[in-house]
Design a protein around this ligand. Structure first.
Ligand SMILES: [Fe+2]
Ligand SMILES: [Fe+2]
Length: 277
């Protein structure tokens, strides 16, 4: 194996400057895989076009949904909501040959042996509560008072579930079932848009935003499911950290105003595994 497993997220291609960054995303070798950890775009057609372009370049593309793909945006001709929209995104990916959380998890053949790459869709359940609050209602109230409310409240519909946390909990049960079926001898790379643990949200400028960033119920998944790396995005704070000895990689590009502040030409593609000489 000479290729690398790369990852990127939050390409947000509705911004022209970000489309130019995507134009420059190319593999280093014909064997390279690319993980795309959500927030490609809001419009269905833009998600499809971007994934097609990346699939044409990389040996394998693995996608997990972000909140923006799940929005039902008023200007999107695709008007599906919630679970139906997710199912349509999965069907579109299958037509393209892009892997999703609904497919068999692919196995990356590293120099150290096989590693299962598991794209996950787990959403959030408001359990990363705002500081000093203990219920979802209090936490949401705090966010509204602070004027820090995720657009998901308006555009991410949970249909047919009564609310987003119910959809999240259904996703967790289904995902736990899938992960439990993985060969226990194999390590994993866990890929999700929202971080599996809360710690990455502790550096958010607005702590009230954390409630839209994950769930306490996945806090031990990286340990229980033998992750050698956990890949996420959503926070738009690209960095590498470590929890319980497991490497966490936030691989987001983010909005132009964010990556411009960091200076230089953005190089959002992060090597997760591989690159051995
Ligand atoms: Fe994003
Ligand atoms: Fe996001």
């Amino acid at each position: 194996m000479t290729g690398s497993l790369f990852a990127v997220s939050d390409l947000h291609v509705s911004y022209e400057e970000n489309r130019k960054v995507v134009d420059r995303l190319h593999p280093e070798s014909a064997d390279d895989w690319l993980i795309v950890a959500g927030d490609v775009a809001e419009l269905f057609g833009a998600v499809e076009g971007t994934l097609r372009l990346l699939r044409d370049r990389f040996a394998k593309v693995i996608w997990a949904p972000g909140n923006h793909e799940l929005w039902t945006h008023p200007s999107d001709p695709v008007t599906l909501r919630g679970q139906e929209r997710y199912a349509a995104l999965v069907a579109m990916c299958r037509d393209l040959g892009v892997l999703t959380p609904e497919d068999d998890y692919p196995v990356w053949r590293s120099a150290d042996g096989p590693v299962v790459v598991a794209p996950l869709f787990q959403l959030y359940d408001y359990s990363f509560r705002a500081p000093g609050t203990s219920t979802k209602a209090e936490s949401l109230r705090r966010a509204y008072d602070a004027g820090v409310v995720c657009t998901d409240e308006v555009l991410l519909h949970p249909d047919p579930y009564p609310d987003r946390e119910s959809w999240c909990w259904a996703r967790l049960a289904e995902t736990e079932r899938r992960l439990a079926a993985v060969d226990p001898a194999l390590p994993t790379v866990l890929v999700s848009h929202w971080p599996l643990v809360r710690q990455p949200t502790e550096v958010l400028w607005y702590p009230e935003f954390a409630q839209w960033c994950g769930t306490e119920r996945t806090a031990d998944w990286h340990v229980r499911h033998r992750a050698v790396a956990a890949v996420y995005g959503h926070l738009h704070i690209p960095r590498t950290t470590e929890y319980d000895g497991v490497r966490f990689e936030e691989v987001s590009l983010g909005y132009p105003r964010e990556w411009r502040r960091r200076g230089g030409e953005p190089q959002p593609m992060r090597r997760i595994l591989g690159g051995e000489p």
